[in-house]
Design a protein around this ligand. Structure first.
Ligand code: SF4
Ligand code: SF4
Ligand code: SF4
Length: 441
């Protein structure tokens, strides 16, 4: 079964919503077009598109996609693929015009779209397509493919727990890269430390912080790790020098932009707190710490909303679970970092241990709980297949790493941050990578 796959020019295009610099636009004529010159190469649209319809032009550091041959359509010409097809298998037209051929065909024949459950309103409809072609995760994946090699980056085997259709075989793989990797995993950890330090800062005295570590510690930790977080975000762009476009042409619907605003605000209030502390305006410190804690919740949690905009990565999408999980992770990161200031603090040890156990519980639900789509189920099955050298990232990060960290919290608390944050990084890497492994095309 050969299936022509291209951009669906979706009615509710998630790629347009997530693009932080409005490089993607839904035109009045329905075409979803991309301005390559405006693109900063964040690859968020590639995570948002459930159809694998966007790829990165490495030479330009910018995304590219089918634009329905807008330059031809504007001159009343048909798209090039329509003209070149020898058997008229591709029929362009306007579904809103009841007299168009595509509208007639839709009435006469049963048509199907790819992944309707995503609610994107795809506008490429198929006649007579096989179910195996509509579900790219189902066909069996032999050791070698008919029309391409098995791509080298897909080092993970297909999870044995997932059902496959043995009478349908994958014959070609477009060799899509896994775009978000260790940088995003590290960003989740550093952001958690920054946010957690601020979230715990109003309770710094009760948690056993004294002297300079009480006065300046929470803000210095929060500011330092938030700066590292911002550095990681910028470094991950294919055009890091163009990050300023998020300021000059922001898309306020994108959680990348909303997250950027929250991070900026956070840094400003942290600097203000440090400045007032320095100048001895101590009466303002506690109210400001409460403000920092509230913004810290936003810093920790906004990623749940960003990941929910990634319609192509269903494992990341359940924000009702991801949001509390991120807040728990941030609290754990804050507590383990504060433990460096006072390793004898039992309140900090208890918070670190309880949140670490809650983190394990949430991660287990993420893997074994109900999943809303087949793609999410596949992503969850991949979690325990992700490796970093000899380590199984999910299993070792979650069970071995957390168990060692708890022993360190109890007996060597000063350096317990090393195993705990290392374990969290391994887990985040598995989560970020596994979400991108289920095939979309
Ligand atoms: S989400 Fe994908 S298929 Fe839909 S308009 Fe965007 S690029 Fe095209
Ligand atoms: S890579 Fe980023 S900036 Fe470029 S089009 Fe996609 S979402 Fe927009
Ligand atoms: S030829 Fe034009 S319409 Fe056809 S897939 Fe390419 S860009 Fe899209």
């Amino acid at each position: 079964m050969f299936m022509v796959q291209r951009c669906n020019h979706c009615t509710n295009a998630p790629c347009v919503t997530i693009c932080p610099v409005n490089a993607l636009q839904k035109r009045k004529d329905g075409i979803v077009d991309l301005d390559r010159d405006a693109c900063i190469g964040c690859r968020a649209c590639m995570q948002a598109c459930p159809y694998d319809a966007i790829y990165l032009n490495d030479d330009l550091g910018a995304a590219e996609k089918c634009h329905f041959c807008a330059h031809r359509v504007e001159k009343n010409l048909e798209p090039a693929c329509v003209v070149v097809c020898p058997v008229n298998a591709i029929i362009p037209g306007d579904f809103e015009d009841p007299n168009s051929r595509v509208s007639q065909l839709t009435k006469e024949k049963q048509t199907k779209v790819r992944r309707p459950e995503q609610g994107t309103g795809p506008n490429v409809r198929y006649i007579g397509v096989s179910d195996a072609a509509l579900h790219p995760g189902r066909p069996a994946r032999p050791e070698t493919y008919l029309w391409s090699d098995r791509p080298p980056h897909k080092r993970e085997q297909w999870p044995v727990s997932l059902p496959v259709l043995n009478d349908a075989l994958v014959v070609l793989d477009a060799d899509r890269r896994v775009e978000w990797g260790w940088g995003v995993a590290l960003y989740l950890v550093t952001k958690g430390i920054g946010a957690g330090a601020a979230m715990l800062s109003p309770f710094a005295g009760m948690l056993g912080l004294r002297g300079g570590s009480f006065s300046y510690g929470p803000e210095i930790v929060a500011l330092l790790f938030t700066l590292i977080t911002c550095g990681l975000l910028v470094e991950d762009l294919k055009k890091p020098w163009a990050f300023y476009r998020m300021l000059t042409r922001p898309n306020f619907k994108s959680w990348l932009v909303k997250g950027g605003i929250i991070l900026t605000l956070f840094q400003m209030t942290l600097v203000a707190t440090l400045a007032l502390q320095y100048f001895g305006v101590t009466s303002a410190i506690m109210p400001l710490r409460v403000v920092n804690a509230i913004i810290g919740l936003g810093v920790a949690g906004y990623t749940a909303f960003l990941f929910a905009q990634c319609n192509g990565r269903d494992l990341w999408e359940s924000k009702e679970w991801l949001l509390p999980h991120l807040l728990i992770q941030a609290t754990m990161c804050g507590a383990i970092t504060f433990l460096v200031f006072n390793p004898h603090s039992w309140p900090l040890r208890i918070i670190a241990i309880v949140t670490a156990l809650l983190h394990v519980a949430f991660a287990l639900r993420e893997k074994n709980g109900e999943h809303h789509t087949e793609n999410a189920r596949q992503g969850a099955a991949f979690l325990s297949y992700i490796r970093c050298g000899p380590l199984n990232c999910w299993r070792d990060g979650l069970f071995v790493g957390i168990a060692i960290a708890i022993l360190y919290i109890l007996f060597v608390p000063l350096i317990a941050w090393i195993p705990l944050l290392g374990a969290l990084f391994l887990y985040e890497y598995a989560f970020v990578r596994a979400g991108q492994l289920p095939p979309l095309s």
